[in-house]
Write a protein that binds this ligand. Structure first.
Ligand code: MG
Length: 486
């Protein structure tokens, strides 16, 4: 598609470039499955995880009334941090500065937030990062439990951290005992969103000569069921979902897939049994486990000849780029909703920017008045003996300037309030509490900082790849440093 054509794409259809990439030089494209090829109906899916986990809490002796807690997909966003010790949820900017903090459902005051997190550097490593959609229901459940514990101080005799440890255990159990997967597979239409562009997009890439592979942490049975549901209709030469992929790797164990030394096992697709594999990976076969170094050797391509497409910033993107230098495309599903909203709010952002420019001028004037007051005061002190008339004149001047200073300061204060209100209103239009995924106020969020550092490309949906030629040369907007801005 021509450059001209691309600019016609809507914002949520575009692929954004942090680091230039020539797709023509890419030989193999790997895809993650969950939340990458398979988009879930988040409200239904996370509600399921939420409820299954709650049942396990009650079974373990927690109060039965916890079953009344409700999942709400709009409460949290990804990229937040969880302070498991204190029961707090934080939104931080790219410099680790905590901008918004909640304890349960209660917002922390600015003073408390500052005292706990910003007065001295906190240890980010002790906080848990909400990177995946799976984690959203988990962390909302945690905030509900914290809230419940605050309202009913004696009902749960455990610390916030112990409750989190239980939560992790019960969620793992819900996944491991199949309570979540069985329900999804029994009603795929309820939980998985079909995308009619998936088949043509994959076919287009395969037909252009790219080797496609599937690399998922899900097990064979679940992968086969989900992929069969997604690609159940034949498309040209592709009769079956496996026809699109040169290799299928399940149970990959990302992120350790990228630096570990686990061998590949072949999956006996009819029985699900595993057999230790040696020799080259055979096209059309299904493998379990393995590792990236071995994959590169057996598949005959490596490093930047491989593009990996995934939704997990850490397991899919940070690790694959850091350890084997694969090129990366991150799926940021939220952009599908946020970008059209931000487009509508563009005038509001422009209005904020105009006010900020006004503020800068006002601030400069205030500084100018302040330095004149200080200069006048010094000169008046000096002049008081040898030229009292001049000293008197200077004092009068200072009085006038001081009055002006006060009125300018008042004006600045009012302007600050206006700007804050305008920004809050704009952010609340994206999300009532947390604002934009990629921004905190006008700064990059920590999530955005990771996206820019690790994802070569990012986009709202995997099928946006259909808008671009398999030989497309993606070029980054040149990096601009503060001193280069006009
Ligand atoms: Mg995934």
């Amino acid at each position: 598609m021509s450059i001209h054509g691309q600019t016609k794409l809507k914002r949520h259809q575009r692929i954004y470039v942090n680091r230039g990439m020539n797709l023509g030089a890419v030989k193999a494209i790997g895809f993650d499955m969950d939340h990458t090829l398979a988009a879930y109906d988040r409200a239904a899916f996370e509600d399921l995880a939420f409820r299954e986990t709650l049942k396990k809490f009650v079974a373990a002796g927690y109060p039965e009334e916890l079953l009344e807690l409700k999942f709400d997909p709009t409460v949290l966003i990804r990229g937040l941090l969880v302070d498991m010790e204190r029961g707090n949820i934080l939104k931080v900017d790219g410099h680790k500065y905590v901008k918004i903090a909640f304890h349960g459902r209660k917002r922390l005051t600015k003073d408390l937030r500052h005292k706990l997190y910003n007065a001295e550097s906190y240890k980010a490593a002790e906080l848990l990062s909400v990177d995946t959609f799976f984690a959203l229901s988990e962390v909302q459940l945690y905030t509900e439990l914290v809230d419940y514990m605050n309202r009913n101080p004696d009902r749960i005799q455990r610390t916030f951290r112990e409750v989190y440890a239980d939560l992790r255990r019960f969620i793992d159990l819900s996944h491991a005992d199949g309570s979540i997967k069985q329900e999804v597979l029994a009603n795929p239409a309820k939980y998985i969103r079909k995308d009619k562009y998936l088949a043509p997009m994959l076919a287009g890439l395969a037909e252009s000569g790219k080797n496609l592979f599937l690399l998922t942490n899900s097990g064979w049975e679940y992968t086969n069921a989900v992929m069969s549901y997604l690609l159940d209709e034949p498309h040209g030469d592709f009769a079956h979902w496996r026809d699109y992929f040169e290799h299928v790797i399940v149970g990959a164990g990302k992120p350790s897939f990228f630096r570990g030394s686990q061998p590949f096992y072949e999956v006996m697709t009819d029985s699900g049994l595993l057999k230790l594999h040696s020799g080259p990976l055979l096209p059309g076969h299904v493998y379990h486990g393995g590792n990236a170094i071995l994959y590169q050797r057996l598949a005959g391509c490596s490093g930047d000849q491989i593009l990996f497409v995934g939704d997990h910033i850490y397991a899919d993107i940070v690790r694959s780029k850091d350890t084997v230098n694969w090129r990366t495309l991150l799926i940021v599903e939220e952009l599908a909703q946020e970008l059209p909203k931000l487009e509508e709010l563009k005038d509001k952002l422009d209005a904020v920017k105009t006010k900020l420019a006004e503020r800068e001028l006002l601030d400069e004037e205030l500084n100018h008045v302040a330095s004149r007051i200080s200069l006048n005061t010094k000169q008046a002190e000096k002049a008081i003996k040898r030229d009292p008339k001049k000293a008197h004149y200077l004092q009068k001047e200072t009085q006038k300037l001081t009055a002006k200073q006060a009125s300018l300061a008042q004006e600045l204060d009012a302007l600050d309030k206006t700007i804050r209100a305008m920004m809050e209103e704009r952010e609340a239009a994206v999300h009532p509490v947390w604002g934009e995924l990629m921004k905190v106020g006008l700064e990059k969020s920590r999530f955005a900082e990771q996206v820019t550092a690790y994802a070569c490309l990012y986009t709202a949906s995997v099928t946006n790849m259909r808008f671009y030629s398999p030989f497309k040369r993606f070029t980054a907007a040149h990096d601009t440093l503060p001193h280069e801005l006009s």
